[in-house]
Structure formats: C-alpha cells, structure tokens
Design a protein. Structure first.
Length: 202
C-alpha cells in the first residue's frame, strides 16, 4: 500500500472514530422518570395551592360544589419555574348530621408553562422550556377524611418540552397517564415519550 493510500485510510478511520465518539458523548442521559416527576410535582403544587383546606370546607349542605381557579408557580431546583394555571371543578360530599367529609370527585384542567426550569439528571444539569406548553387534565377521587386518593385518580399530560444540556438539545413530545398512588406523592406512568412506549413509577 503506498503512502498516499495509507494517509487516506488514516484520515477516514479517524473521522469515523470521531463521529462515533461524538454520537456517544451526545447521547441522552436525561432520565424520563426525573423529567416526569418534575412536571407531576408542578401539577400537584397547583392542586394543593388551590385547594389547601378548601377540599374540607364545612358546609351545612350534603353536597358542596367546587369551582376553584388555579394559579401557582413551582421553582426549579436549578432555576426557572413551571407556571400552572387552570381550574378545579367537582363535588364534595358531607354527612348532614355530623358535617364530616364523606368524599368527592374533582376534575382538573391545567396548563403548565415551563420557563428555563433547571434540574439534575444523572449528574448533569438540564434546562427545559415548554414547546409550547403541557396540558394537564385529571380526575381525582377523594376518599372520606380527605387525605387520600381513590384508585380512579389519575392525571394526563400532553404536549411538548424542549430540553437542553451538555451535548443535548431535543424537543420531547409527551402523552402520558399517571395513575395516582393513595397519598398523592406519585404513581404509575404509562404512555409515550417521543413516540416510545414507557411504563414506570415515580
């Protein structure tokens, strides 16, 4: 093999190695569980800030209608925020004699606008913004006592997020359902993230 062919071979080989290296280094370390946990947390903050005590309003009526506007802001652990607006409607039921809370059903309709929300995933900082936003709809079954959620309680998130980090820049399409656990701190996630089927718990 002559010298020029050897040089050409080395150039091609080094290019292929560099391309492979770039692809590996820019591959995602963004954990879907962490991303979903952050948007879930903002949704629950919107719920608790709007309902805080209102879900257990003492009423002389056996059935108490709920029509509560929602506006809250969740700060990112690494800066930025998620702004939640929308409404909660439904009905709360009370015992006519004791006025104790018997349970109820709430419907959520929120919009999450994400603004430079920073968080850590696998040791790296990511910043996400809405593309343009996430819609959140939900049905909450509140059990007697008002402190726990029934098995029919769920949230549905749909929309787009743009996430950036070191070697990472991607718009992520989300269409997921979260079946809530009884204490409202998380749940079972299913649906699609960027067209790929996901199933995990948060």
């Amino acid at each position: 093999m002559n010298k020029s062919l050897v040089l050409l071979f080395l150039v091609v080989l080094s290019t292929l190695i560099a391309c492979k290296k770039d692809k590996t280094e820019s591959s995602s370390t963004l954990d879907n569980k962490i991303l979903v946990s952050e948007v879930f947390k903002a949704g629950m903050t919107g719920y608790t800030s709007a309902m805080g005590g209102k879900s257990l309003i003492k009423s002389v009526e056996s059935s108490y209608p709920v029509n509560q506007s929602v506006e809250s802001t969740t700060l990112g652990p690494e800066g930025g925020n998620i702004h939640v607006v929308g409404s909660i409607t439904g009905t709360m039921n009370f015992d006519d004699q004791t006025n104790s809370f018997l349970g109820g059903t709430l419907l959520l309709g929120f919009t999450e606008t994400i603004n430079d929300y920073g968080f850590i995933s696998n040791g790296q900082k990511y910043v996400m913004n809405g593309a343009p936003y996430l819609s959140l709809t939900g049905t909450f079954t509140i059990l007697p006592g008002g402190n726990t959620f029934g098995t029919a309680s769920s949230m549905h998130f749909a929309g787009g997020i743009k996430a950036t980090g070191t070697g990472y820049d991607q718009t992520i399409n989300i269409d997921i359902n979260i079946i809530m656990n009884t204490n409202g701190t998380g749940g079972s996630v299913s649906g699609t993230i960027n067209g790929e089927q996901v199933n995990f718990t948060i």
